[in-house]
Ligand binder design. Sequence first.
Ligand code: GLA
Length: 389
Amino acid sequence: MMRKLEKLIAAYAEKFKGQPLVVTSPGRINLLGEHLDYNSGIVLPAAINRYIYLAVGKREDNMINVCALDFQDEVSTQLSDLKPAWKLWPNYVLGVVKEFQRSGKELSGMNIVISGDIPLAGGMSSSAALACAAAFALNELYQSGFTKVELARIAQKSENDFVGVKCGIMDQYASLFGKENHFIKLDCDSLQHEYVPFESERLEFVLFDSGVKHHLISSEYNTRREECQQGLQAIKATLPNVVRFTDLDEKALIQFKGQLSEKVYNRCLYVVQEMKRVEQACSALIAGDFGRLGGLMSLTHEGLRDLYEVSCKECDYLVDIVRKNEGVLGARMMGAGFGGCIIALVEKATSQFVIDQTKHAYKQQFGKEPKVYHTAISGGSAVAEMAMA
Ligand code: GLA
C-alpha cells in the first residue's frame, strides 16, 4: 500500500501541484448470499486488503480532471456538463460527482488521481471500490455530512444511472463498512448490519481467477434481476402477503412449479435456498464450524451453476479441482458470475499445495495459469494516513 500511495501523491504533485486529500477504499469478497442484495436478502461480504487509492484537491474553476495512473489515461470535463464518458472507468467517478450535485451539494472543480491494486473484472468489485473512494473523498473534502449508508447509496445509484448496471448495494456497503477479521451480515432491505467475526489461525480464503472477463454490463445481470421480479410478482398475485423473497420458503414456492416458467422458477428457488444458507452460514461462523461453512459454500456454487445459471465452464472447473484437494473445506464462484474468481476456504498448511495443483491442472485444461490471491479481511474506506505516504 505504501508504495502505491507514494506514487499516487508524487503523480498528483507533478500534475496538479499542492497537497491532495488521499483516501483508500477496499475491494471485497463475499462468503454467501450471492445475488441476494437486489432481492432484499441478507449477504455476507467482507472488505479485503486490496484497494483503490484516490487523491483529490479543489480547483478554483469548474474543471474536473480525472487521471487513472495505472491506465495512463485521463479525462477532463466541466462540472456543469457531467454526462457518461464513452470509456467506462471515469464514469464511476463522474457519476458520484453528479449524485452529489443532484442532492444539492455545492462543489467546485477538482483534480483527481486514482490508482489501485484490485484486479479488474476479477469479481472483487474494483468498480464499487472506485465509486466509494470518490464518494468518501468528496464527503470529506466538501464536508458534505453524508452518513456511510448514504454514501453507499450514492455510489450504487451512480453505478445504476451513470454506468447502467442495476447492481445491488452489497459491494459499496462492504467497501465502506469493512472491518478487520469480520464479515458484514448486511440486511439489504433495512440496510442494517452486524459484524460476524471470522477467527481462524488455521484457515484462509484463497481466490483463483479464471481470467475470464465477466461482462456485468452485458444484459445477463440485469436479466437475472428482472426474472426474479417477474417471479415475485406472479407469486404475489396468488399470495398477497408475499412482499419480498424473505416472506417465502421452499415449501411455499413449490406450489408455483409448473405455473412459473422453468427458468423463472429456478431463479426463485435459488434465491430462497440461498437465503436459508446465509442464516446457516452465520450460525456456522459463530460456532466456528468451518466444515459446515465450506459445505454451504459448495452448495451455493451448485445453485449458481444449475439454477441461477451465472457460472461458466472455467469457474466450474476451478471449483471442481480445488474441492478435490484435502484441506479444502469448500469453494464456489464469487460475485456476479460469468467469469472472474472463485473463492475457496482452505487450510493454510495445505494451501500452497492446492495452489500448485490447481495452477497445473487449469493450465492443462485451458492453456493458462489462473492468478491466485490470498486475502486478509480488512477495514473499510478511510482517509490515508499521510505519515505512511
Ligand atoms: C455484483 C453486484 C452486487 C451483487 C453481486 C452478486 O457484484 O455489484 O450488487 O449483486 O454482483 O451477488
